[in-house]
Design a protein around this ligand. Sequence first.
Ligand code: SF4
Ligand code: SF4
Length: 396
Amino acid sequence: MNTIRMDKLEKALLPYEKQLQRQERFRRLLGVKEVEQPTYQRYITGPIERFEKTRMAFLCMRPDNPYGEELRRKFKERTGYDHYLSPLPYEELDYEDRIGRAMADASYRGCAEYEPKPFPVTSPAGRLQFEDRAWVSRLIKKVGLMLGADIVRITQLDPRWVYKGVDISHPYAVVVAVQHKPSLVNLAPSYFSWGSTADSYSRLKLITTQLTDFIRGLGYDAMYRETRGGGNPELNMVPIGLDAGIGEFCRTGRVLSPEYGNNMRLKAVTTDLPLQPDNPISFGLHDFCMACESCAKHCPAGAVPTGEPSDRIPNPVHNNPGFRKWWINAEKCLIFWGINKRKWPSCGGRCIAVCPWIKPMNRFHNTVRWLAIHSPIFVKRFLVRMDEFQRRGNRR
Ligand code: SF4
Ligand code: SF4
């Protein structure tokens, strides 16, 4: 590989090589460690079976889902609606929300309706051979960034995180993260913050379908994977994102990265292209979440737990046993979305908007990030209080 000159390729991807180097330097300066085992091991207490996707709270809203009768009954009783997605007529919304709703609907369309048939895999005769896995892994990451991803990392696909009944033989997952637009998510709960989620899913769909075509063009099998609860999910993205080192597990049950906090969405492309997996990472997030309960305090549904991780499962239908962790109560979250439909078609992530880790990456906030990682618990608590104080000031 090293003997072949590829000046044009290197020049074409130079901005993305630099972007990757900036990301690596950022993590190094913060003191983020690459570790052998993902830090979620501390939350595993027993064997984990592959989860049946029809038990997901989102999918339980479908009228024909046998696991969802109880949830649908409660939802209807509390909200008067059959489904959290049944739209309020535009004319019942006030002026600003009509514009927000139009933005959200437009943003959602890509992820909901774009199902391209991937390019055929280039025939074996045209398959490129890569002797250097590190080189081709970096190539895939740079192309992912070029297509619009904010972070791209690679992991070996752990079959425990593939939903039961889904058959995937590819050994690798290329994980793509896209940040929600901060000015929209900061308005959670609102139509605008819901729009930021929808927009991220649509951009992810485009990026992962294009990355799939790129890998197939090199002569290897690849497939973009559905992950949305409202779609037909194949992969459970939280542990896969943790395995790939996108971030660590946080109190909201999501992946929290040093760069964007939990203000992002993830999707993956699986492939048989031989790649070099990245390591999971560790930056002491468990201790920070123990010092901070902002998401739990501000969740309007009371769906985010306070205190220590627990092995008390909120609902055996929607949750998989085998963990002592922070469990999100999906029923409370979904029912709340429906109750507040007039203003808040989904909550759109108040638990994200209030997280201290979603601040911009500038010198001041990066210094605070460093302190958040390396300081003792009383300093972490002080940082959380300062963040609350600043947020209250901004709302005035
Ligand atoms: S999305 Fe909203 S309701 Fe659901 S857990 Fe987050 S803050 Fe709570
Ligand atoms: S708001 Fe605080 S407790 Fe919640 S995920 Fe963010 S850092 Fe953790």
